[in-house]
Design a protein around this ligand. Structure first.
Ligand SMILES: Cc1cc2nc3c(=O)[nH]c(=O)nc-3n(C[C@H](O)[C@H](O)[C@H](O)COP(=O)(O)OP(=O)(O)OC[C@H]3O[C@@H](n4cnc5c(N)ncnc54)[C@H](O)[C@@H]3O)c2cc1C
Length: 459
């Protein structure tokens, strides 16, 4: 019997298993996850357990191929949309109230932002966080009823791609789970697979990296993603916020291999946060829901994607290092605004500089694109003027993405190992689920294996 092992019960793994059992897959499916099933998963465990990070998320299912990571690169646009439909149908199918799953479809791009910016508008299906828990239970029970085996609280620590085995420490069979921790006994367990689906999401990013290094997996060339976090009073942007709450403006310069976009827009109670990565400070933003935190500010990243840079990771690291001063990042405002306060009431940690030249020192002439982007903001939002500040840098270090065969997302060197979801640079529920479904479809297309027949030579 064909054995499929799925590492990660996230959106990608669960959709893969669902596609398989829906189509009468006859083999054995085992899903291993370090979190808990939907009945026992605590609300505080945001990343792990049934439906993974998607299970406890905002439940916004984006419905456009340019959002949420790469899918059409592998499948083409038409197939990608068909796969999205399958994922959304699954969320409706296990929803206690399917009619409440509604799609919001934004209006057309407003004239006032043209010709300076494009505005990325896309439909979103809303499931609702509270419903996700109920959906999780129904979905889990369906898979169990179809014979899918789940191993919970089990962290896979190694995978042997050559011998096709998955390794994890497990509490020994003679159940010692009820004993105090120091009295439990642990055994190392090995599970054999014919096909492996690797869907460990963001919480397993280091594990993916570890395997990529161990097997020296070839990776996709990556781009640099660097820029600044822009901040200004919300009133200047209200006209656009009324049309698109978390607006996504973009500019493209194809011939230069450069594109810019506003990233992760926060309004109303919008805060800038300093992040510590690889010993340096960079910036990000978040919004608070509670009205008590309202500060009527807007912030967003102005992120520039630069393609064709040799060793993008090293290049980004060097640029980030140049934008540090005594252990903090930099802040510039032409109107001498000061860094804003965090939601805890402290000033955002940043060293104030009196010109934008530091950005040119760090990233060279690419800084011109960021300055132009800001000047275009001033044109499109006339009240903005110089009433803004920027925190430098904002950076996304893209993790290496293993090179896969585009028709089934299998590793080029290990065709029975499929990478899916955030482990393959997806960034959202719909794309992750669709990648899982896509892999399951490829498995279903493979010829059915029959038990070994021994044909006698004298027959
Ligand atoms: C707070 C939050 C809110 C979000 N809101 C949205 C949203 O509204 N809309 C949207 O589209 N996206 C949202 N996202 C992103 C979305 O949740 C992810 O893109 C998506 O869940 C990725 O699916 P996945 O299956 O690849 O991984 P995940 O869903 O992250 O699942 C991975 C699973 O693998 C398990 N795992 C990891 N390592 C191991 C290991 N070594 N052994 C065993 N198990 C392991 C984890 O426990 C986890 O359950 C949100 C993310 C977060 C964190």
């Amino acid at each position: 019997m064909t054995k499929i092992v799925i590492v990660g019960a996230g959106v990608a793994g669960v959709n893969a298993a669902t596609k398989l059992v829906d189509n009468g897959f006859k083999g054995k499916i085992t899903i291993i996850d370090m979190g808990l099933d939907p009945y026992r998963r605590p609300a505080a465990d945001v990343m792990r357990g049934f439906l993974g990070a998607g299970g406890w998320s905002d439940g916004k299912l984006t419905y456009h191929t340019s959002i949420g990571g790469q899918l059409s690169k592998y499948t083409g646009d038409e197939k990608a949309m068909e796969l999205f439909d399958q994922v959304i149908d699954n969320f409706k199918r296990f929803h206690p109230n399917p009619s409440e799953v509604q799609c919001s479809n934004p209006v057309a791009e407003p004239d006032f932002i043209k010709p300076h910016f494009g505005l990325r508008l896309f439909p979103v299906w809303h499931v609702g966080t509270d419903y996700l828990h109920e959906i999780g239970k129904n979905w889990h029970d369906y898979l169990v009823s179809k014979g899918v085996e789940f191993l919970w609280e089990t962290k896979v620590t190694d995978i042997d791609f050559k011998n096709q085995t998955v390794h994890y420490p497990a509490v020994a069979e003679m159940d010692s789970r009820d004993l105090p921790g120091d009295l439990q006994w642990i055994s190392n367990t090995t599970l054999k697979y014919d096909t492996l689906i690797f869907g460990v999401g963001k919480s397993g990013i280091d594990f993916g990296k570890q395997l990529a290094e161990k097997y020296e997996l070839p990776t996709e060339p990556k781009s640099v993603q660097i820029g600044v976090r822009f901040e200004a009073p919300q009133e200047h942007f209200q006209k656009l916020i009324d049309i698109s709450y978390d607006f996504k403006l973009y500019q493209k310069f194809e011939e230069k291999g450069v594109s810019l976009r506003s990233f992760c827009t926060n309004n109303n109670a919008a805060y800038v946060a300093a992040e510590h990565t690889y010993g340096d400070v960079s910036y990000n933003g978040h919004a608070k829901k509670d009205e008590a935190y309202r500060n009527d500010m807007t912030n967003f990243g102005i992120l520039m994607e630069i393609r064709n840079i040799d060793k993008p990771f090293d290049w980004s690291r060097k640029a980030v290092e140049k934008l540090q001063h005594e252990g903090v990042g930099l802040f510039y405002s032409p109107s001498h605004r000061v860094p804003s306060k965090t939601s805890e009431g402290n000033y955002v940690e940043a060293h104030v500089v009196d010109s934008i030249d530091v950005l040119y020192d760090a990233i060279g002439e690419y800084a011109l694109h960021i300055e132009d982007f800001i000047m275009d903001l001033e044109k499109v939002f006339p009240t903005l003027g110089k009433d803004w500040g920027i925190y430098m840098p904002e950076v996304k270090y893209l993790s290496p993405e293993p090179l896969v065969n585009y028709d089934d997302l299998s590793l080029t060197r290990f065709p029975n190992v499929h990478f899916v979801g955030d482990a393959l640079s997806a960034r959202g529920i719909t794309v992750s689920g669709a990648q899982g479904t896509y892999v399951a479809e490829s498995i279903l297309k493979k010829p059915v294996e029959f038990p070994d027949f021994h044909i006698h030579e004298n027959f």
